[in-house]
Design a protein around this ligand. Structure first.
Ligand code: ADP
Ligand code: MG
Length: 399
């Protein structure tokens, strides 16, 4: 038998335990590269052949530390695959692949999954509707843009997540002071039309450039409203075969193909405007955060992390297992209580009560889409009345 292959997993934040376990189960040698500050995190150490640390500043790494560290490691250990478990690790993983000539997504492709301006440009080229946008590069172009595209607009960081740093601009004269305040950072922003409407997400598994699994869901309140207005985060699976679901699955496949996703997971978002058009919002090469994987698992039986690990390690031999087509809902909210009583949510449909300090987190499932929707309404009301607390938005990502 040939020597086991080696996969190096990058995780500047603690996540992806199921990925690490599954990669080990597939017989690979599994290395984890993580932040020094996560040395004592409960990583699944029984599944790791070794674990390496990069000095970090609030989970941020210097690229050179990663390049030199991994190159040193590679002197003694051949590395066959490099994967980024967190969004913020996507560029680092791509730079490492380029440096060590490891196959997979390189710098150019990775950029489409991280840079909101690059993904806008690419999606538009592929004929997918996008909110009209302008780069924050040339002021004449911005003036011309505001003359032709009616506001309000959003000034949005190109490389952030979790609705961080997004500012709504209502009048032309409000843009310039906002840009002044950003100073030299302004070119790291994109300017785009605010599209009023519900926000949807499609979560996928991609194997050898094909979307082999995708599930379309609709957020309750739009994530920006939740982040900025202290609302309750919720989502639910759309009706299978419905017009919206079909349109979203088609748009998702076009987006992922256009961006050049090769293998792994993706979380992609769209906004539905008043005329029924789905506008591409963003894509990524990762598993959706905020317990979306639990929502997907409740509905389909698939663990997105584990499937991703199989796709990476099995390549062309990968086959999607049988998938259930149930409906599921998810709610996550800050709570006033340190350990809220989640047993109060005692409907038989509740399949997961997420234990987290000062949080309410629930997943429920049913074979009826109407029932899932009904429970979503009921739980939002109940959480609003008995549990909900809101906190100011952090300045940077916390998970
Ligand atoms: N052009 C837009 N029009 C309306 N809402 C938007 C627009 N862009 C972003 N948003 C809101 O902000 C949220 C976060 O934006 P998004 O582009 O998904 O970045 P991220 O989730 O990485 O922070 C979205 O879920 C949506 O609620
Ligand atoms: Mg988003």
């Amino acid at each position: 038998m040939s020597a086991p292959k080696t996969i190096l997993c990058l995780a500047s934040f603690e996540k992806g335990h199921a990925f690490l376990r599954e990669a080990k189960r597939q017989g690979w040698t599994v290395y984890l590269l993580t932040s020094k500050s996560l040395e004592h995190a409960p990583w699944p150490r029984e599944s790791l052949d070794d674990i390496f640390y990069i000095p970090d500043q609030d989970k941020e790494w210097k690229l050179d530390d990663a390049l030199l560290g991994v190159s040193f490691l590679a002197r003694r250990h051949r590395i066959d695959r490099i994967v980024a478990l967190d969004d913020y690790d996507v560029e680092t993983a791509a730079a490492l692949r380029e440096h060590l000539r490891v196959p997979g997504m390189g710098d150019t492709t990775a950029r489409y999954f991280r840079d909101k301006l690059a993904m806008r440009v690419r999606a538009k080229e592929a004929g997918i509707p996008v909110p009209e946008f302008a780069p924050v590069i040339n002021y004449d172009d911005l003036r011309e843009y505001m003359r032709t595209v009616p506001g309000p607009w959003l000034l949005k960081p190109r490389f952030e997540a979790s609705a961080l740093g997004i500012k709504k601009i209502r009048r032309e004269e409000d843009l310039w002071p906002a840009l002044d305040a950003l100073g030299d950072d302004q070119s790291y922003y994109v300017f785009e039309r605010f599209v009023e409407g519900a926000v949807y997400h499609v979560d996928s598994i991609i194997s050898e450039r094909q979307v082999v699994f995708a599930i379309a869901c609709r957020y309750g309140a739009p994530p920006m409203q939740v982040a900025h207005g202290g609302g309750i985060f919720s989502s639910r699976v759309l009706e299978y075969g419905s017009d919206d679901e079909q349109k979203l699955l088609a748009a998702n496949a076009t987006v992922l193909q256009a961006m050049g996703h090769v293998r792994g997971a993706s979380h992609t978002e769209f906004i539905k405007s008043a005329d029924g058009t789905f506008h591409f919002l963003e894509t990524s090469a990762r598993v959706g955060g905020a317990n979306i994987m639990d929502l997907v698992e409740a509905a389909s039986g698939l663990n997105l992390w584990a499937e991703w690990a199989k796709v990476e390690t099995q390549e062309a031999a990968y086959r999607l297992p049988a998938v259930r087509r149930d409906y599921a809902g998810l709610l996550v909210s800050l709570a006033r209580q340190e350990w809220p009583d989640l047993q109060a949510f005692d409907d038989p449909e509740v399949v997961l009560r997420i234990p987290k300090k000062y949080h309410v987190g629930l997943v429920w499932k049913s074979d009826s889409v109407a029932r899932v929707e009904e429970l979503q309404r009921k739980y939002i009301e109940k959480v609003q009345a008995d549990y909900h607390a809101s906190a100011p938005l952090p300045a940077k990502a916390t998970e």
